[in-house]
Design a protein around this ligand. Structure first.
Ligand SMILES: Nc1ncnc2c1ncn2[C@@H]1O[C@H](COP(=O)(O)OP(=O)(O)O)[C@@H](O)[C@H]1O
Ligand SMILES: [Mg+2]
Length: 330
C-alpha cells in the first residue's frame, strides 16, 4: 500500500492569549489517502478551522503556535517548521484551499480572470499571456462560462455562489493533489450549496484529487465523504467510514450530532439538540471533554481513553465503546 498523501500526527495548535491558554487543537492525528475525501465535523468552536489553517502554517501566529511534537507530512515531507517560502510554494500548487467567505478571500480591486491567472503565474505555470486564456478555461470548468462577462467582472459584481466558483477555479488552477475546503457552502443559499457540492464532486472525480472537507453539516458529509473525523473540544473523538458513522455512531457526541439533524426522524419531527454548549477553548474539561454534556457520563470519564492513531478502521474515544456490547448509542 502506498503512503498516505497527508499524515497528521499529534497536531497541537495553541493560542497564548491574554485570557488564558487556548488549546484550540490538542493532539489531532489523521491521514488522507490519495483520492480520498475525509470530512471533519463538529460544532462551532471545536478547532476545525484552526486544524485546517495550521496544516500549512496559516494559523494566526502570534498568538497561535504549533507546538513541539506536532507533525504534518505531505508525501513524506515535514511541513511543521518548514521554511515559509517552501510553504508558500506548496500552498496553491500541491494543496488548494477554499474558505467559507469567498468574497473576503478575493481581491476586490482586480478582475476575477486576472486573479485566477495569477494563481498560475506565481506557481510558474507559464507567462501572463498563456495564463489568461487558461484562466478562461478554468472559469468555464467551474461553471462561469460566460467569461467575457464574469471573468472581467470584479468580485463585488458577482453573487456569493459565483465568488465561491471563482475561488474554486483559483484553488484548483495548478491541479493540486489535495483540496482543503473549510465550510465551503455554509455562507450560501441552500440551492447554491447543492450546486457547489456538485461542482466539487465533479472536479474531484476528474482530477482524482483528495479532499479534506470541513463542515458542521453532517448532510454534507453524507453526500461527499469517504471517511469522517468527528471533532470535539480540540480533539478527534470518533473516526470511521461515512456509513459506519451514520449507521452506527459510537461516541455519545456523534450520536448527539446525528440526533440534532433535521431529518433524524424523531416523533413529531422535533429536533433534539445536544444539551449545553461547547466550552471556551481556554477551559476544556479534564478527562473526557464531553462529559459535562454527556447523557452517559460516569466517574470513569474523569480520565479519557486514548484514540489509537487512526489509519484505517474506526476509533472511538469513549469508555462505553470499549465494552464488549459496544455502542454508546443505545
Ligand atoms: N485568532 C485566534 N486567536 C485566539 N484564539 C483563537 C483564534 N482562532 C481560534 N481561536 C480559538 O480556537 C477555537 C477553535 O476555533 P475554530 O478552529 O475556528 O473552530 P471551528 O472552526 O471548529 O468553529 C476558538 O473557539 C477560539 O477559542
Ligand atoms: Mg470554522
Amino acid at each position: 500500500m502506498s503512503d498516505p498523501l497527508l499524515e497528521v500526527r499529534d497536531l497541537r495548535t495553541w493560542f497564548f492569549r491574554r485570557d488564558g491558554l487556548s488549546r484550540a487543537v490538542d493532539g489531532v492525528s489523521f491521514d488522507v489517502a490519495e483520492g480520498e475525501t475525509v470530512g471533519i465535523v463538529g460544532e462551532s468552536g471545536c478547532g476545525k478551522s484552526v486544524t485546517a489553517l495550521s496544516l500549512l502554517g496559516l494559523h494566526p501566529s502570534p498568538p497561535g503556535r504549533v507546538m513541539e511534537g506536532s507533525s504534518v507530512r505531505l508525501r513524506g515531507e515535514e511541513l511543521v517548521g518548514a521554511d515559509p517560502s517552501r510553504l508558500r510554494e506548496i500552498r496553491g500548487r500541491d494543496v488548494g484551499m477554499i474558505f467559507q467567505e469567498p468574497a473576503a478571500a478575493l481581491d476586490p480591486v482586480r478582475p476575477v480572470r486576472v486573479q485566477v491567472a495569477e494563481a498560475l503565474v506565481v506557481h510558474g505555470r507559464g507567462s501572463w499571456r498563456a495564463a489568461l486564456p487558461r484562466s478562461d478555461e478554468l472559469l468555464a470548468e467551474v461553471g462561469l462560462g460566460d467569461v467575457a462577462r464574469v471573468g472581467r467582472a470584479y468580485p463585488h459584481q458577482l453573487s456569493g455562489g459565483m465568488c465561491q466558483r471563482a475561488m474554486i477555479a483559483m484553488a484548483v488552477a495548478c491541479e493540486p493533489a489535495l483540496l482543503i475546503a473549510d465550510e465551503p457552502t455554509t455562507a450560501l443559499d441552500a440551492t447554491v450549496q447543492g450546486q457547489i457540492l456538485d461542482l466539487l464532486g465533479g472536479l474531484r472525480a476528474r482530477r482524482r484529487m483528495s479532499m479534506l472537507l470541513i463542515t458542521h453539516d453532517l448532510g454534507v458529509v453524507a453526500e461527499m465523504c469517504d471517511r469522517v473525523l468527528v471533532m470535539y473540544a480540540g480533539r478527534i473523538v470518533e473516526t470511521g467510514t461515512v456509513d459506519q458513522l451514520l449507521d452506527d455512531p459510537r461516541h455519545p457526541y456523534t450520536v448527539g450530532l446525528l440526533d440534532s439533524l433535521p431529518d433524524a426522524g424523531h416523533a413529531g419531527g422535533r429536533l433534539r439538540p445536544i444539551g449545553g454548549s461547547v466550552p471556551p477553548s481556554t477551559a476544556w474539561p479534564t478527562g473526557c471533554r464531553f462529559r459535562d454534556r454527556c447523557p452517559h457520563a460516569m466517574p470513569r470519564c474523569r480520565s479519557e481513553p486514548d484514540l489509537a492513531v487512526p489509519g484505517e478502521g474506526r476509533h472511538v474515544r469513549c469508555w462505553l465503546a470499549e465494552t464488549p456490547s459496544g455502542g454508546a448509542g443505545a
